[in-house]
Design a protein around this ligand. Structure first.
Ligand SMILES: [Zn+2]
Length: 316
């Protein structure tokens, strides 16, 4: 176990600025300690869990298997849900000036849904992730541009200043040093390049109301918990200039509401508990129905800038 301090202002846990909570993960004999720096508005697990403990919380069903033919419809729906993120890239990058030569890095690309869409859009997209087992399956595909690496690595397999866009969708909260991650992103970006970071919003209405039952908490997989303030402070420290803060993502915001209200219908939970394809299809349909019915909640959160997902666009 590694003791840490606030990653932004370096305040130690015993300061009056830091409040603490204990969490016991359901059905597991593991306790975690969440600290919150009131000055920077960032939550962090302290001490940080060791790798062997963390691995227990990343089982195979955590990732969506996109390889089967039966997932064709699901893959098509997921593609459409990335509309918000694609719109941000088009608006804030130089893609219209140089579409074919624009290089994008998708950090924490997981099962490669977004990466594949970026490549289809005509950009040169590369992805990195750390899960050897999952990526081994994906990398077998004919057009894979995925490398097994971490944004925390000292020797990243890319040249410095080689990317126009670096994107981290629900990735920064999983790394054990977000400052170092953003610092490495800075090195990879060309001058004038942009970074897009999307994380769950610890300051959202949903988080404040549901507290430990909020799906965005995901302890201990999420080592850090950001609000708009902490995300802005972090980028400012790393000399990145904020261009936009968005409080809504079509892919992420409604899903977080539905998963918080009905955790047993959350896609990873269905993958864990349901082996039958028919039952799984029906449960996913039910999840989609609740997702649509609960849509107004995520919209109201976003109107008040308390959306459950925050996305920041910043320029080097
Ligand atoms: Zn702090």
């Amino acid at each position: 176990m590694l003791d840490i301090q606030c990653p932004i202002c370096n305040t130690l846990e015993d300061s009056k600025n830091i409040s603490t909570h204990f969490f016991k993960v359901e059905n597991e004999e593991h306790y975690f300690h969440l600290c919150y720096c009131q000055k920077c508005e960032i939550g962090f697990l302290n001490p940080q869990p060791q790798e062997d403990i963390l691995k227990l919380f990343y089982p195979d069903y955590f990732w969506r298997d996109t390889s089967g033919a039966s997932f064709w419809i699901e893959n098509k729906i997921v593609e459409k849900l990335f509309t918000s993120e694609i719109a941000l890239i088009k608006k804030y990058s130089s893609c219209s000036a140089q579409p074919a030569s624009m290089k994008i890095l998708d950090v924490g690309c997981g099962s490669g849904d977004f990466l594949s869409l970026l490549n289809k859009t005509g950009w040169q997209a590369h992805g990195i992730d750390t899960s050897v087992e999952v990526l081994a399956k994906i990398a077998a595909g004919p057009d894979s541009t995925i490398t097994i690496a971490s944004i925390m690595d000292e020797d990243l397999p890319f040249q410095e200043e080689s990317f126009d866009v670096v994107i981290l969708l629900h990735t920064l909260e999983h790394v054990n040093d977000p400052c170092k991650a953003i610092s490495n992103v800075y090195k990879l970006l060309k001058p004038g390049g942009i970074v897009i970071v999307q994380v769950p919003n610890y300051g959202s209405f949903l988080s404040q109301i549901f507290k430990s039952k909020w799906i965005g908490l995901q302890i201990p997989r999420h080592l850090f918990h950001f609000t708009p303030r902490s995300l802005l402070l972090l980028h400012k420290q790393m000399h990145l200039q904020c261009k936009k803060v968005a409080y809504y993502s079509i892919r992420s915001s409604p899903a977080q509401v539905a998963s918080t209200f009905f955790p047993s219908l959350e896609p990873a939970h269905i993958r864990q508990t349901t082996k039958s394809n028919i039952k799984s299809f029906c449960l996913k349909g039910l999840y989609l129905l609740f997702l649509i019915l609960l849509l107004p909640i995520s919209l109201v959160e976003a109107i008040f800038h308390r959306g459950n997902t925050i996305t920041i666009v910043a320029e080097k």
